[in-house]
Ligand binder design. Sequence first.
Ligand code: M7G
Length: 399
Amino acid sequence: MWAPVRWGRGSFFGGAGVDPLTLLVPQGDWGLGGGGGWPWSPAAPPSRQGALSPARRPAPRLSWRRCRRAGAVRGRGAMAEGPRPKRKREEEAGAAPHGGTVTAPFPLAELRLRRVLRESARDKAVFLHGEVTSPSGEGTDAVVILEKTPFQEEKVSDLLKKHTKLDLQMRNDIYSTYHLYPPVELSEIKTTVVYPATEKHLQKYLRQEVHLIRETWEDYKNITLPFIQSQSFSIQWVYNILEKKAEADRIIHENPDPCNGFVLVPDFKWNQNQLDDLYLIALIHRREVKSLRDLTAEHIPLLRNILQEGKEAVVKHFGVPGSQLRIYLHYQPSYYHLHVHFTALGYDAPGSSVERAHLLADVIDNLAMDSMYYQKRALTFALRADELLFKKFQEAGRV
Ligand code: M7G
């Protein structure tokens, strides 16, 4: 049975620490390597190797709040911060949900399918809007993402030998195609659940017409910043990682410095079974930096640490050299707590296109040339037609 647990207001799992793939995969190997095999390392799963246990991790001596004060004396760098979002104030005041441990899996069988939000033949993924029908969750929206995972080289021979059925579809001369039915342990479907899902989550996954926006610094201050402060996704899941309330055993690397430190963890999108779609995120310890727009030269040491230490950690844990990594920030991000994406160069990761991804090395160079670079230049990004931010740009006559 599953317990009626609040998994966070508007956040993915909101710190529940639940492993979403325990929902469908009996081995529960999402992100944990259990039974997954680690072909690039004969020893323990790389995600665990060398990861500092909370006990071994030196306690930060300074608070991230002191970074904010240090930043605040730098004039415009502080201005870029703006007033604190309402939600953030509520979370700090203890109003936000966090921390609780969810022990039971999500009740997938009790989900009533409302609609298919999006489906992608190329990515072999489908995004569903469902409603939990069990008495305790009656009428609560959920987003469920089902995604076929890449093949794992070391399991391919098992697939050939242990398939349960092979049905001929067609044959023509030397060519033939079949339906192969693999055994359950070789037919994993990566499943991601957002529950309870907000309207904003539903919008995020709904296929929509998109438009390019060219945002000046004035637009940012007058349109985007007020919007972020009133609307953005909860970032409780980020605080849970930073405070080791969730995903603590998945940490690949940590620099505990409250001003220039960060935590590197496997991204939600990566099941860690194969390197082809390697995806990690670095979450900074300090809390007042929302996005690229807030960055000034003051943040260069932090960004350099992420670039340098992140690359070292990835080569150490996964054997992937820095020259095969795409390391970048999103603008606009979905979550306004600065984070950096690390993806395999050969992987066409969602969000790595020119209208969204900003290479970290370029960001550092830009800031070194001009501390106010990101408070001066216009930035381009795509918005879906039904997004509130798009409507705000429309109302302001900027689209
Ligand atoms: P983003 O650029 O803010 O937005 O990136 P995007 O999701 O539109 O790309 C946030 C990144 O954090 C994404 O790559 C997410 O897959 C990842 N992410 C989101 N959540 C809620 C979690 C989580 O709970 N744990 C981990 N490890 N990654 C997450």
